[in-house]
Design a protein around this ligand. Structure first.
Ligand code: SF4
Length: 487
């Protein structure tokens, strides 16, 4: 069937492959969808940019994308006319077959043959990308175009920028034709099932499961997970996913109801006991050893990172973790107030060079740097110390290790390691402040870099957020020392 009307798009198909109920809700109860999270938005924007850059591997193509998502029929017709003229490169080539629409990133005509290329902004090919490619192959060939090969273009994790970007090295073009041919009968069967699902009068009876987060966090969780209480077994950091669902399917929703014989791991059993008896577990000897003396000259550090897909400075790789904003809170030996400094890194200078300079300045003013869940600071400092022996020697304390090494476990936190939640428990003032999450800060930073009038608002928000983080890290540090000083 080659009509240009379609009932499923590629993204709807992938959604349905994840869960038929998610497809049904998307088609029939769209209003139940959760708000797009900042984390998803960061990924989405990154994917769009990489797709456009990869077009330069096949320059001077004709863009067949529709002016609005509702005009895909025009796009399909335009693609057909471009194909009939043997156009060398078509971007966003659109096809419809058997009720499914697929828009391919790049369709290339080389030596009398047609090849399909789909661009992914990732560093590897996943099962989902193969399924996505298999659907496109099914639709394109089903609509009547013979493809002599299908490639997934993804990013080369070993690529290191050296002066001019080289797209042929930055991107890997992998021929996946054999893999996706094996999936064709599955795709056909799945499409038929999905076309039935979207005609149902009511939502399919599907309970929540591990598929709610695989391959993507489903955006109907707000609806389907309503009956799961906030402090449920799913919040427990120390249970694995299968254990959590095993409990859920047995009707056990809260930690207090977990039977001891459900667990075999002694650490998990101790933590369960802490929940049932409402006690805090503390390994004071290990804590003391880890924290050292209290009266050190301290610097609390909060570094905001992003992972740009494209390396912009020599020596950097795709998705390398790079700082864009740093805040330090220096505490002299007897000082009560922190001396807080904020550093917005210059976007046109290698951030690692700036990071090393700031770290060197900070190290000159303290003898111990305290962070929460930040391994990068220590790595950068160690690199710096090996090449600059004159740098002030400092020790490092990452307070998150205290939680992951089980030196301290308070059941109230369920094993989660959010420093703001932890500190808000000791300091009521902190709980009132709304701070930027990492993903929100990345989105606002990108806006500020692209649009200078946004910079003042971004600076204001990130400074306030950093202050909260620094106060939180300090509160937790003091709280842990207080534990050691009380019997
Ligand atoms: S939340 Fe889970 S059960 Fe509900 S639609 Fe999404 S994947 Fe399906």
């Amino acid at each position: 069937m080659t009509t240009s009307k379609h009932a499923l798009s590629k993204s709807a198909f992938i959604r349905g492959w994840q869960c038929h109920k998610a497809l049904y809700l998307y088609k029939k109860r769209y209003y139940l969808r959760d708000k797009l999270t900042p984390e998803r938005l960061v990924k989405f924007k990154r994917g769009t940019n990489i797709g456009l850059i990869a077009r330069d591997l096949f320059p001077e193509g004709v863009d067949a994308s529709p002016s609005t998502p509702f005009q895909y029929a025009k796009s399909v017709a335009y693609t057909q006319s471009l194909i009939s003229q043997n156009t060398n490169t078509i971007y966003e080539a659109a096809f419809v077959y058997n009720g499914v629409l697929a828009a391919l990133d790049i369709l290339a005509y080389q030596d009398g043959k047609w090849y399909g290329y789909e661009v992914k902004s990732s560093l590897a090919i996943s099962e989902t990308y193969l399924m996505d490619a298999a659907l496109q192959y099914y639709v394109i060939t089903g609509s009547g175009l013979k493809l002599d090969g299908f490639f997934i273009i993804y990013m080369n994790e070993d690529y290191v920028l050296n002066s001019e970007p080289k797209l042929n090295e930055l991107f890997i073009q992998q021929n996946v034709t054999k893999d996706i041919l094996k999936l064709q009968s599955f795709v056909q069967q799945e499409i038929e099932e999905q076309l039935v699902v979207i005609k149902l009068d009511k939502s399919p009876a599907i309970d929540i499961g591990t598929y709610c987060d695989y391959p993507y966090p489903c955006d109907f969780k707000g609806h389907c997970w309503k009956r799961v209480p906030q402090n449920s077994v799913f919040k427990l950091q120390w249970l694995d996913e299968l254990q959590k669902f095993d409990l859920y399917y047995k009707g056990i929703l809260i930690p207090d109801n977990i039977p001891y014989d459900f667990l075999t791991d002694p650490v998990q059993i101790r933590k369960l006991k802490a929940h049932k008896e409402n006690i805090v577990l503390t390994n004071k000897a290990a804590l003391k050893d880890f924290l050292g003396k209290r009266n050190q000259q301290l610097c609390f550090l909060r570094v905001w990172y992003h992972k740009p897909a494209l390396p912009l400075f020599d020596g950097l790789k795709p998705y390398e973790q790079l700082p864009f904003f740093i805040s330090s809170g220096i505490l002299g030996e007897k000082d009560i107030k922190m001396e807080i400094n904020h550093y917005l890194l210059e976007p046109d200078i290698n951030p690692l060079i700036q990071f090393r300079q700031i770290l060197s300045d900070v190290a000159a003013k303290c003898n111990c740097i305290v962070t929460f869940n930040d391994k990068e600071v220590r790595l950068i400092y160690d690199e710096l110390a090996s090449s600059s022996p004159e740098i002030n020697p400092v020790s490092f304390i990452d307070l998150e290790n205290i939680l992951s090494l089980n030196y301290y476990y308070d059941p109230i936190f369920f094993g989660q390691s959010d420093i703001l939640d932890i500190a808000a428990h000791f300091n009521n003032e902190l709980a009132k402040e709304k701070v930027l999450s990492d993903a929100e800060a990345i989105l606002e930073y990108n806006e500020a870099v692209a649009n200078l009038p946004e910079a003042a608002s971004f600076m204001n928000k990130i400074k306030k957020s950093s202050d909260q983080y620094l106060i939180s890290i300090r509160s937790f540090y003091n709280f842990l020392h207080d534990i050691l000083e009380t019997d």
